[in-house]
Each structure stands twice: as structure tokens, then as C-alpha cells.
Write a protein that binds this ligand. Structure first.
Ligand code: HEC
Length: 305
């Protein structure tokens, strides 16, 4: 039987209602105060309105660039703005957020001249990452926030993007020798395969929540790390057979050495590990400084990790 009878508002119901309204006002105030970390000025409102759909304001306030032109080019990589809005925002941000001295590069003299060429990816603000060269010389990347993978022909500059399931949010991309493109579905717990000729996607659900970085082994199998789930996996791309095991916190980068051992870098502990590709037996190696966290690995010509 229900016993909520509000026939006549008593003193207490009015008091409770009033406190509730106060609570709402208060929490929306503190929400506002959090957002109000921008300094006053023309452009503040525009930044608050237009620039917070993908990331918080702190992404902007932590950053810094010198001059209106630099700020314009940063903005242009994220969204299309009307010219006047772009000018107001760029002026405002360059006035208040110049490049931070301690984050400026330390230029040193050397015999090498390096040219950097940049390509703006078609979908803006996609968080393009982890570019890799496929056997045919094309460059593939993942657009994590837009849940896509893209292909760049570096000689012509032509780019094509392939949409993935919206909740995949791919982290890493791995071209296979047969021309298929594989990615780690970091948000929907899958390994995915793209057929670039048809755009068809095949998903392989994993036990882990967040496949992160992966590598193809010469034995044809895909080995993958799941950072937050603290798991390592092996997927047979032909049969779909999947094996997953638990490991130390936050396995991150991986590489196959000259002897075919799979190496793992840990971002949550001071360890490296090698894993046997067949038995998946793991040997851990502690780094002497227990504050060390490792992300990416490489093998040099002598086989050193
Ligand atoms: C469509 C999504 C999207 C929108 C809208 C967006 N951004 Fe971003 N922004 C990104 C992504 C993606 C990154 C990279 C974040 C990362 O890798 O952690 C980023 C990063 C940044 C950074 C840090 C860059 C650095 O190298 O330090 C700044 C500054 C920034 N955005 C400014 C803005 C401003 C100003 C606006 C509004 C004019 C805006 N963003 C709107 C997607 C967006």
C-alpha cells in the first residue's frame, strides 16, 4: 500500500522541497564554477559554448600556443567555425593561453634537416592516432573518438575513412599481410577486422573490456593487450579461436622479438614481460626503479628490446 499523501503541504514538506531547490541551485552553481575557469574577455562565451562537446575546458586551459595564427590552425583541426567566430576565439585564446615555456621544445644544432608534412584528416576532432604503414605502402590510422579507421595514400595525399560500429572507439590498428585491416575496439571489448574493398566489418568479442594494442606474429596469430582489464589475448584470425589470460596491471605496448617471443610493456607496474606464443607462459622482468612505467617497445637490429 502506498502512503504518500500530500494533501496539504506541511511545514516539513515545504522545508524539504525548499532544501531540494537549494541543493539543485547549489549543484548547478558548482557545475558553473567548474566551467568558469576561463578568464573574462570577448570569446569566453564562444569557447564555453562551442569547444566543450568533445573535451572539457581544461584540455584548453592546460594547453598553450603562440599567436592567433597558431590558435586558428589548432581550432581548424577540430571543428569548422564561422570566420568571425574563429577570429574572436583565436584572439581570446592567444591573449590568455600563450605557449608554456616549460613545454617548448629544446632545439639543438645537428646535421639533419627535417621537414614535417601534415595532413588534416577528413573528420575533424576525431583524435587520430597510431598511424602505421600497410604492406602496400598506404598509411592507416584510427580515429578513436569518431570510431573510424582511415587510409592515406602518402604519394597522392588521398584519404578515405571507414566507419566502424559507433561504440568500438578503436585504439590501435594492425594491417595484415592479406590486405585486411585489424583494430582493437577499445570501448566495446572487440577485435575488429575491416575488409577495405567492401568496407565490411567482422567483430570478435573478447572477454576483456578494452583491447588496446595488438601485433601480428609471424605465426599468423594476433596478440593483444587489454590495459584496464589487465589481460593478454591471442586471436586466430582464420578460425576466430580466442585465448585470454590475466596479467599484471595495465599491459600496454607489445612487440615480437627476433626469436618470436611476444614482449609486453606495463603501464601500471615497473615490469616488462615476455610471453611464449604457443603456451602463453609469461616471464616477468622487474625494472629496478619501482616508479618506472613503460608504454612502447622496440627491437633493434641486434635483437635488443
Ligand atoms: C569534434 C571534437 C572536438 C571539438 C568540437 C573541439 N575539439 Fe579540441 N580536441 C579534440 C581532440 C580529439 C583533441 C586531442 C585530445 C587528446 O588526444 O587527448 C583536442 C585537443 C585540444 C587541445 C589540446 C591540444 C594540444 O596539443 O595541447 C586544445 C587546445 C583544444 N582541443 C582546443 C579546442 C578549441 C579552442 C575548440 C573550440 C573552437 C575545440 N578544441 C573543439 C577534439 C575537439
Amino acid at each position: 500500500m502506498t502512503c504518500f499523501t500530500f494533501l496539504k503541504p506541511s511545514f516539513w514538506t515545504i522545508l524539504i522541497a525548499f532544501s531540494f531547490v537549494l541543493f539543485l541551485v547549489n549543484s548547478s552553481l558548482s557545475q558553473h564554477q567548474q566551467d568558469a575557469s576561463l578568464p573574462e574577455g570577448a570569446g569566453k562565451m564562444l569557447v564555453e559554448q562551442l569547444c566543450t562537446s568533445c573535451h572539457s575546458l581544461s584540455t584548453i586551459t592546460r594547453s598553450g600556443f603562440d599567436g592567433v595564427e597558431m590558435w586558428k590552425s589548432v581550432q581548424e583541426s577540430m571543428m569548422v567555425l564561422h570566420e568571425e567566430e574563429a577570429a574572436i576565439i583565436a584572439q581570446y585564446l592567444s591573449d590568455h593561453f600563450p605557449a608554456q615555456e616549460d613545454r617548448k621544445p629544446n632545439l639543438i644544432d645537428g646535421p639533419v634537416d627535417i621537414d614535417i608534412q601534415e595532413w588534416i584528416v577528413p573528420t575533424l576532432g576525431q583524435r587520430s592516432r597510431d598511424p602505421i604503414e600497410a604492406p602496400d605502402g598506404s598509411i592507416w590510422w584510427t580515429g578513436m573518438w569518431a570510431s573510424l579507421v582511415g587510409r592515406l595514400d602518402p604519394t597522392t595525399g588521398a584519404m578515405k575513412e571507414y566507419p566502424l560500429p559507433p561504440d568500438a572507439k578503436p585504439h590501435c590498428i594492425i594491417p595484415n599481410d592479406d590486405g585486411s585491416i585489424w583494430y582493437t575496439g577499445n570501448s566495446n571489448g572487440t577485435i575488429g577486422k575491416l575488409d577495405p574493398t567492401t568496407g565490411d566489418i567482422t567483430e570478435f568479442p573478447t572477454k576483456s573490456k578494452d583491447p588496446h594494442t595488438a601485433v601480428f606474429h609471424p605465426n599468423g596469430q594476433l596478440y593483444f593487450m587489454s590495459q584496464r582489464s589487465a589481460m593478454l589475448g591471442r586471436l586466430n584470425p582464420v578460425t576466430g579461436e580466442l585465448t585470454e589470460i590475466d596479467t599484471e596491471p595495465r599491459p600496454y605496448g607489445t612487440i615480437v622479438d627476433h626469436d618470436g617471443m611476444v614482449w609486453i610493456a606495463y603501464n601500471g607496474t615497473n615490469k616488462l614481460a615476455s610471453m611464449h606464443p604457443e603456451s602463453m607462459e609469461i616471464q616477468y622482468y622487474s625494472i629496478s626503479d619501482d616508479g618506472t612505467r613503460i608504454r612502447r617497445l622496440g627491437v633493434d637490429s641486434k635483437g635488443m628490446i
